[in-house]
Design a protein around this ligand. Sequence first.
Ligand code: CO
Length: 210
Amino acid sequence: MEKLYLRLLENNKTWVKEQLDLDPAYFEKLSKGQSPEYLWIGCSDSRVPANQITGTEPGEVFVHRNIANMVVHSDMNMLSVLSYAVEVLKVKHIIVCGHYGCGGVIAAMKNQQFGLIDNWLRHIKDVYRYHHKELDAIEDENERARRFVEVNVQEQVHDLGKTSIVQNAWKRNQPLHIHGWVYDINDGLINDLKVTFTCTKDLHKVYHLD
Ligand code: CO
């Protein structure tokens, strides 16, 4: 039982062999550096792996994942990933991808205490408050949770636009599009919410930074 993890190391050897069979120079090429065009901000949920669900390969997507795909302005981890992706790698697209059935979002709808994580969930509760009129009007709890997942992604797209990192890139005329997507764990399909931000004027003017 406790040796089950060894399967992962065995899988790794098999995978290396498969890659080398396809292309003997595979790792040599990857070792030279990365120039991904996408930054993915997704949920830590084990069912939503960025590369697999988008059919992308190692080297194509720079990834940041946390509970409920949040963009929290005091999160040094997120800011460091964002800064490196935008300023050094110069990714062209940032994708915030939530998912229906997100445990973090569902927990944020409840009043139960969960412990330390409550401090993280509070950011998601704030999103509920911004959208409470629309969300409270949805009677079916499952439908309300699905819509909450969508508006949470929309807010994270906004939150990325509010950062000086993103606004300075736009100021330099660096092409940078921010997208909001929701993955459906029920059928594997991604729903493009079409909330794409491409410049500072997509934000309310109170957020514009000179
Ligand atoms: Co989730």
